[in-house]
Design a protein around this ligand. Structure first.
Ligand SMILES: Nc1nc2c(ncn2[C@@H]2O[C@H](COP(=O)(O)OP(=O)(O)OP(=O)(O)O)[C@@H](O)[C@H]2O)c(=O)[nH]1
Length: 758
């Protein structure tokens, strides 16, 4: 009877389609429909993320949101003088370093003013504050996976930066509509027009301001709301009082008129109704504007741009109103799952966020807390109750829900039940990040998440003698974070950890000490090289051993070929069994797969992990007495090594997108800049320059450089720019190393092996 037992396969592809929240249409295998109660509740529900380039002010903004919505009763700054730190940076390390490492979930209620009727309406908002640093990119990925909409925060001076582009790409991957918030409007040099231009050009999405600032720098007092045509000011301590006036200050009146015209024109290009009204020269009402902005935002054809200053408590409340007015409800975004009871290709099913539908929930994040494993879940359909039962879709295991909570950063609030479209956390259930839970009434399962490849690895060992805590900590980190990998090098017997950057691994080493009392010694960070094949190759391999007693026999026939990376899941290793004859009995197939995966851990070219391979088992032979799982596993390892040599293997290295910025300035009428030095430095590191830009007072260069050539770049850049330059980098892809480097690496590996065998 239990449908979850049908769950067998790794899952891919999620699509997300937006429909008007007034016209819900669902194609589904079940007959459950949204009730009126569901519709009313979903209409007032928002699940949003706050994402941006590092240091744009996400945490500071979220702190304001929590304060204005009454979730916290005092504001604490990131790196603030009171040493308390922001609510959402709950880890000690986050507070010390002033950066967000883990995404934190919270929720709040907001009484918004309906922009059309002017009436107050209550909304529930789940918010996930995500890290900006590229090393913690998996946190952004998993947040976007479960959110319906996002606030993209930008700095009013720096505009679109490298990580803004990454976050934007991630939002596109998960079809997440976004509103933009240009923060730091109090900074000298704030230039929202330039930032909006960059959003249009660099993020390639039509954008227009929905506000115009009143005053600048220390004199920034409020915004003109271009949609409702009101002047909105923040008054009172910490800007808690929002005061609206009909009169637009004359100093910004013309600017406001121009920007409103620009907003209408931009919308007319992306929204049919607005286009018709524009062509007919019809008067544009607030209602028409709100409708057009909402439709175009949900369709991801437009991003409305809000302005403000989180730190100066200016215009955060209007942004919250914007979240309610323009970001999707859980029923606007239709999320697909796979019905594993159906044949491949016909499995996609749209989920229905109805309380009465069978439960489908996704465990998107795990955390080891004081009371055991805490699993964050997004409930897509159905309801979960405390004390009720849910089923792990992959294993079919039935688990009781002992405790259900809503998270407020590191605090929590116990709840009795949770409905569709909500985010909650459950204690005491065993699972991995990305697993689906149901109520056993359905064979639906969510699709998996994109996991990027690690780019850096280093050896790690405990300072003193090894205690069980060492492996306990590593196992926990591995389970929580799919971009953190651990393996023991077969030759050196060293434990190697790999991740998304030096900071990523440094943080884990620090957490070993703080959370597990295992101070560690770490080796020099090394680039995580990989190997792959560039041509198909066949194998016909027999593993045979006769040593007196029971022998070993297994024969495998098939091929290996290059496998493209799945853009949704990041997976590029595939095993396929097409044996028809029964020459390899079914019970030995998993052993063949295991052998293939084991062989992939170390390529024979330079000893690096192998990726991008599909292994097809076509035929083979077995012996009634001598065949065993071990024999077939060893046959698979041997077959892979045999075929690998003939598959034109290459060594791959991580290539990074590097963004370098340096100020341009005048000293005693001399125009000073370091552009020549910066370009020279990039060329020296064999980088490919993708783009350069000279703005009023800043030079920016974007290049692609191999990570191996980036070691020591911080000090080189400091030297080249008198300490004025800054850079950030993010992983782009693995690419083949130059032929002479491949030869050097392969020779060195061969010598190492020869030395060992002597
Ligand atoms: N001038 C000015 N500074 C701000 C504003 N908002 C934030 N900051 C400052 O910018 C710095 C970074 O702020 P955070 O809130 O930590 O930024 P973040 O985007 O959460 O940073 P990460 O999580 O590390 O990526 C802090 O020093 C803030 O005080 C603002 O509106 N104006």
């Amino acid at each position: 009877m239990l449908a979850p037992f049908l769950a067998k396969k790794a899952l891919r592809c999620r699509h997300h389609v937006f429909v008007s929240h007034y016209a819900l249409r669902y194609a589904s295998t079940t007959s459950v429909e949204l009730s009126d109660a569901d519709r009313t509740r979903l209409l007032r529900q928002r699940n949003i993320g706050v994402s941006a380039h590092i240091d744009s002010g996400k945490t500071t903004l979220t702190e304001r949101i929590l304060f204005y919505t009454g979730r916290i009763n005092a504001i604490h700054e990131v790196r603030g003088k009171d040493n308390v730190g922001a609510k959402m940076d709950s880890m000690d390390l986050e507070r010390e370093k002033g950066i967000t490492i883990q995404s934190a979930a919270t929720f709040c209620d907001w009484k918004t003013k309906n922009p059309i009727t002017g009436e107050k309406e209550d909304y529930s908002i789940n918010i996930i504050d995500t890290p900006g640093h590229v090393d913690f990119t998996i946190e952004v990925e998993r947040a976007l996976r479960v959110l319906d909409g996002a606030i993209l925060v930008l700095c009013a001076v720096s505009g679109v930066q490298s990580q803004t582009i990454t976050v934007d790409r991630q939002m596109r991957r998960y079809n997440v509509p976004r509103i933009s918030f240009i923060n730091k409007m109090d900074r000298p040099g704030a230039n929202p027009k330039r930032v909006i231009q960059q959003i249009r050009q660099k993020l390639r999405i039509p954008a227009a301001a929905v506000q115009v600032p009143i005053g600048a720098e220390d004199e920034l007092t409020g915004m003109v709301d271009l949609v409702r045509w009101k002047a909105v000011y923040n008054r009172g301590t910490k800007g808690v009082d929002v005061v609206e006036e009909d009169e637009i200050p004359t100093s910004v009146l013309q600017e406001a008129k121009d920007r409103r015209a620009e907003l209408i024109e931009t919308l007319a290009e992306v929204d049919e109704q607005m286009s018709d009204a524009f062509l007919e020269d019809a008067p544009i009402t607030t209602e028409m504007l709100v409708g057009a902005i909402r439709r175009a935002t949900l369709a991801r054809k437009f991003t409305p741009v809000f302005l403000g200053s989180a730190v100066k408590n200016t215009a955060v409340q209007p942004l919250l109103d914007g979240v309610c007015a323009y970001l999707p409800t859980p029923s606007d975004s239709i999320t697909s799952a796979l019905d594993l009871a159906k044949p491949a290709g016909e499995q996609a099913v749209d989920l229905i966020p109805a309380a009465e539908a069978p439960v489908v929930a996704l465990a998107f994040k795990l955390e080891e807390g004081k009371y055991g494993q805490l699993t964050y879940m997004r409930v897509y359909q159905g309801s979960i109750k405390k004390g009720g039962w849910i089923f792990h879709a992959k294993t079919g295991k039935r688990v009781k829900v002992p405790r259900l909570v809503r998270m407020h950063s590191d605090d929590m609030e116990d709840i009795e039940s949770i409905g569709p479209g909500e985010i909650c956390a459950i204690f005491g259930i065993e699972c991995a990040s990305g697993d689906t839970f149901t109520d056993g009434q359905t064979s639906l399962s969510m699709t998996s998440m994109f996991v990027p490849e690690p780019v850096i690895s280093l050896a790690i060992k405990p300072e003193g003698t090894e205690t069980p805590n060492f492996s306990k900590a590593l196992n926990r980190f591995k389970k929580e974070d799919p971009t953190f990998r651990v393996h023991v090098d077969a030759e050196s017997q060293e434990t190697i950890i790999s991740g998304m950057g030096e900071l990523h691994l440094e943080i884990y080493a620090e957490r070993m000490k703080r959370e597990y009392n295992v101070p560690c010694i770490t080796g020099k960070p090394q680039v995580a090289f990989r190997e792959t094949i560039t041509a198909p190759s066949k194998f016909n391999y027999t593993h045979k051993k006769q040593t007196g007693g029971a022998g070993q026999f297994g024969r495998v026939i098939g091929s290996i070929e290059p496998e493209e990376r799945d853009p949704e899941t990041g997976k590029d290793i595939r095993f396929e069994n097409v044996v028809m004859s029964g020459n390899v009995p079914n019970n030995f197939i998993p052993a063949v797969e295991k052998g293939f995966l084991e062989a992939m851990e170390k390529g024979s070219l330079a000893g690096c992990p192998v990726s991008g391979v599909k292994y097809t088992l076509e035929d083979g032979a077995f012996h009634a007495v001598d065949s065993s799982e071990l024999a077939f596993k060893l046959a698979a390892i041997g077959s892979f090594r045999e075929a690998y040599k003939n598959a034109s293997p290459v060594i791959l290295e991580p290539i990074m997108t590097v963004e370098i910025t340096a100020p341009l300035f005048f000293i005693r009428n001399n125009f000073l800049h370091h552009t020549g030095n910066i370009i020279g430095g990039v060329n020296q590191r064999r980088g490919t320059i993708i783009d350069t830009e000279v703005r009023d007072d800043e030079f920016t260069l974007i290049a692609e450089v191999s990570l191996n050539d980036m070691f020591g770049y911080s000090s080189a850049l400091r030297g080249a720019t008198q300490g004025k330059g800054e850079f950030s980098m993010e992983y782009k892809e693995h690419q083949p190393v130059l032929p002479h480097i491949q030869k050097e690496m392969a020779d060195a590996y061969r010598k190492k092996l020869e030395g060992k065998s002597k």
